[in-house]
Write a protein that binds this ligand. Sequence first.
Ligand code: AMP
Length: 396
Amino acid sequence: MKILVINCGSSSLKYQLIDMNNESVLTKGLVERIGIDGAKLEQKTPGKEKYIVETEMKDHKKAIELVFTALTDEKFGAVKSLDEIGAIGHRVVHGGEKITESTLVDEEVKSIIEDCFVFAPLHNPANLLGIKACEEIAPGKPNVAVFDTAFHQTMPASNYMYAIPYEYYEKYGLRKYGFHGTSHNFITNRMAEILKKEKSEINIVTLHLGNGSSLAAIKSGKCYDTTMGLTTLEGLVMGTRSGDLDATVVTFLQEKENLSPAEINNILNKKSGVLGVSQLSSDFRDLENAANEGNKQAQLALDMFVGRVKKYLGAYMAQLGRVDAIVFTGGIGENSKTMRADIVAGMEELGLVLDIKKNDMRGEEALISTDESKIKIYVVPTNEELMIARDTLRFL
Ligand code: AMP
């Protein structure tokens, strides 16, 4: 059985075709600049040359038509006909409160995705366009929506409510939803295998650290708390997002700088985080290099990132009481030995003892704590596309 996984952004689209017999990637591709001049599709099928198409793509439907053509291309493609593809799994960012797990797309699901446009204005409209385009171009093929928020729906109200008048929750659904759920879910499943326990027996903290970052406290295999909130802005200091701040900073800046809601949103989401503090880069490789050369603002940005992660890690360990393992994943979690070491530094008395030698690696699954460490420390590369494909397969 072959499953196509689609991740639609506002002007881009990533896809992978996965053979579920052995979970291997048959081909993967990226479409960029949809609806903008200079649109381009790039596909790489193992053992074949890269396939590049540069042509006008006025919308997501045109982009998906080109993806289907690329998938079935005789020279560069991975399948002879679309009939070989059993179903399509779509990443959808926000599913609100009604969606608690992956689901087969029908009219009701599409209307829920639309209802959540207000909380994910950049992502949900694009996700829905991708689904609708697939329905039109490949009628009859099952489409499954896999939501970033779904895994976090097990949080207790005491963790997901904001302490503002209750009527705003009732009126607008203002609460913490959490994101990166597909990644936290994938890691939780993998950790149950690694620890050789039932999922319902494990308590772990998952640290998804990338351009966007979030931690999740997993209690008895289910999400108990997570750092992102109503949107992907809350929680950790990220590449370009501020994470937590006193809400008065927002109203103060709006007033002093005469900013509209859209403008302040743009500053907090796109111009803040380690980029805003360092005034240099959102990329942790650039920041680590600059800090090593003595750049104080780059060092400050990294220290703020580490400090915030540590603060939530400690909080989640306190919330869980018993912790079997903590797990690093995401671009930074998988690749930066310095960030991993800095985050757990000084937590030996709390049960986290890093093995410096084992930590000296990147991009692989590994146990990086010492034998004496009461709580195990792991690196587990995430694989959101595979998680989406696995969830999609369940519906066939
Ligand atoms: P992601 O959003 O999960 O793809 O992660 C992207 C982030 O991972 C970027 O900030 C990269 O700088 C960071 N990253 C990737 N490789 C490394 C590395 N070797 N050292 C430090 N950071 C890295």
